[in-house]
Design a protein around this ligand. Structure first.
Ligand code: FES
Length: 84
């Protein structure tokens, strides 16, 4: 079981599950296809627990600490997002 956290909230997710579950923590989604950038979120810790950046994320040049939640999965462990 994985854990997805913000600075004040926490939810569980299945290992290998989509980070789209972060919608429960307030992440907003648009296209769900890595195109609009609406779900881009800073990751405070646990980046190594996320899947490798997708081609869509690489094309968006998000920087080392920002990911598209619609494009990654949580492999295991804890991921902390920069959200209240
Ligand atoms: S919802 Fe559009 S890029 Fe993630």
């Amino acid at each position: 079981m994985a854990i997805i956290k913000t600075t004040t909230k926490s939810i569980t997710a299945i290992d290998g599950g989509s980070m789209e579950k972060s919608a429960e923590l307030g992440v907003l989604f648009g296209c769900h296809k890595g195109v609009c950038g609406k779900c881009a979120t800073d990751v405070l810790s646990g980046m190594s627990n996320l899947s490798a950046p997708s081609d869509a994320e690489k094309a968006m040049d998000l920087g080392p600490a920002r990911r598209l939640m619609c494009q990654c999965v949580v492999k295991r462990g804890t991921v902390k997002l920069d959200l209240p």
